[in-house]
Design a protein around this ligand. Structure first.
Ligand code: BES
Ligand code: ZN
Length: 477
């Protein structure tokens, strides 16, 4: 069944305003997965997606888990067994929106505002990941409207817990291997090289995230009566965490670098050829000066070197005005971004050892894990990846580049391990999209080109032979 691409692209152009409105409806739901106060909103977002997908030819259902629900939708495609079966992944949950006062407009009231690349969509979840997720859903919608079907067989998996470490994902994949069987997964949750240069991401860092608490005195103490004569957990916690890095930015957790491989020369050269604009990257964070592990480039620091950061720190009195008190305990959230071959459990054990070796007298540690996922590399020589590169080049009129990513997407490792196939990471975010920050945005142009790219990629994927051997002529054309 031939399904030409050109009328699909025309349809995407004609329907763009409606696509923006559909995305806005989803962005209005505060589906914050980490805060149980929003459980009902998370569910509402899932249900909205089920209804939407059912309306465009999918068999769509909401699947309960012990956490937030999964949305699963299936489409038989053109009815031929020769085309690949592709699993599409996105997440409909978002990060908390605080600090609210730093937003130019309310985070769950999406608006179009002017920016340097034209209009942009401003809202929590605009790019991460509702806007990106809707790029492939809109591509399906256009195909369905024009051809009454899709050129490939599709299963969609939409998660509602990605931003809280995907606790239900692995058990769900284990329990539903058959339903989720496919040849390859397309994940739309990463970025482009720049607004004119599409990219496929081939490596992601992993994550080991803990919350540590140091407890000392039996209760909060008057800081005049006791100050200077007893252990202060906040003083001690900050002193100890201050030793996590040495003066050259090298992480001091025992064994931290044991399994870290040096970048091979060919890869280093390929990265150099990308022509990374370091000042633009720093400027996107309001900064001027590179920072981090000595003798490494910024790209290496974010793509191929591990890092360790304190993500939050609290304890004692943090209300208005002064309260002269020595808090009985102090806590911090600490995360490590990991690179290939580092084992999250080993890094966790190393961090515990680092803390234990420094326990102040009369104090004790509590360490709670908030999730671990290893780093990921996907093969760059697969026919699916070539098909994606071709579809992107066709859409942008420019060769796509292969890039790394400092962030983590736990589902990629889980799919590799549990379902047994690799992922194709194609995304349309930009470095200055303010993921997880106030004023998160998604360029309208990225949204539009993302939809068109997915349509073109689908058309290319349809030509890849299912034997997972060399691409067919259609795929390399
Ligand atoms: N979309 C991001 C991953 C990402 C970050 C892609 C930066 C491209 C650039 C994803 O939603 C995310 O934020 N993941 C979390 C995972 C964590 C909670 C397990 C992350 O990396 O912090
Ligand atoms: Zn995110």
């Amino acid at each position: 069944m031939s399904m030409p691409l050109a009328p699909v692209i025309e349809r995407i152009n004609a329907d763009l305003d409606h696509a923006v409105q559909r995305l806005f409806a989803l962005l209005r739901i505060p589906s914050i997965s980490t805060d149980s106060a929003y459980d009902n909103d998370v569910k509402r977002a899932a249900q909205m997606l089920v209804d939407d997908l059912a309306g465009i030819g999918f068999d769509a259902k909401l699947h309960e888990t012990t956490g937030h629900p999964m949305v699963i939708a299936q489409h038989a495609g053109p009815g031929s067994d020769d085309v690949p079966h592709v699993l599409y992944y996105g997440h409909y949950d978002v990060q908390p929106a605080d600090p609210l006062e730093q937003w130019d407009s309310p985070p769950f009231e999406p608006v179009l505002v002017d920016g340097e690349h034209g209009k942009r969509i401003l809202a929590r979840g605009a790019v991460d990941d509702k806007g990106q997720m809707m790029t492939f859903i809109e591509a399906f919608r256009a195909y369905q409207a024009v051809h009454g079907s899709l050129p490939i067989k599709v299963t969609i998996l939409l998660e509602g817990e990605e931003e809280s470490g995907s606790p239900s994902l692995d058990p769900f994949l284990e329990a539903n291997k058959e339903m989720l069987a496919a040849d390859v997964c397309v994940v739309c949750d990463t970025g482009m090289w720049d607004i004119n240069t599409p990219a496929v991401t081939y490596m992601l860092r992993g994550l080991m995230y803990v919350e540590v608490t140091l407890r000392g005195p039996s209760h909060d103490l008057h800081s005049g009566m006791y100050g200077g004569a007893v252990v202060n957990p906040i003083n001690e916690l900050t002193r100890i965490l201050g030793q996590l890095h040495d003066e050259r930015g090298v992480v001091q957790i025992p064994g931290f670098y044991d399994d870290v491989r040096e970048l091979d020369e060919a890869e280093a050269r390929q990265w150099e050829q990308l022509g990374f604009d370091e000042s633009a990257f720093l400027e996107s964070a309001g900064l001027k000066t590179p920072f981090g592990e000595a003798n490494r480039t910024t790209l290496q620091r974010t793509w191929s070197r591990p890092s360790c950061d304190i993500n939050g720190i609290f304890g004692g009195y943090t209300g208005k005005g002064a309260k002269t008190v020595i808090g009985a305990e102090a806590s911090a959230k600490v995360s490590c971004r990991l690179v290939p071959d580092q084992q999250p459990q080993k890094i966790y054990d190393g961090l515990k050892q680092f803390l234990d070796e420094r326990t102040p007298p009369d104090c004790r540690w509590e360490v709670v894990s908030h999730g671990m996922s290893p780093a990921i590399r996907v093969p760059t020589d697969s026919p699916y990846l070539r098909a994606a590169m071709t579809g992107l080049a066709e859409t942008y009129g420019k060769q796509a580049v292969l890039i790394g990513c400092g962030g983590s997407i736990p589902v990629v490792g889980s799919i590799q391990r549990i379902l047994g196939f690799d992922s194709l990471l194609v995304g349309f975010g930009l470095d200055d999209d303010r993921l997880h920050s106030p004023n998160e945005k998604f360029e309208l142009r990225c949204f539009e080109m993302g939809i068109k790219s997915h349509a073109a990629i689908m058309s290319q994927l349809a030509g890849v032979s299912r034997q997972r051997t060399a691409p067919t002529e259609a795929a390399v054309r």
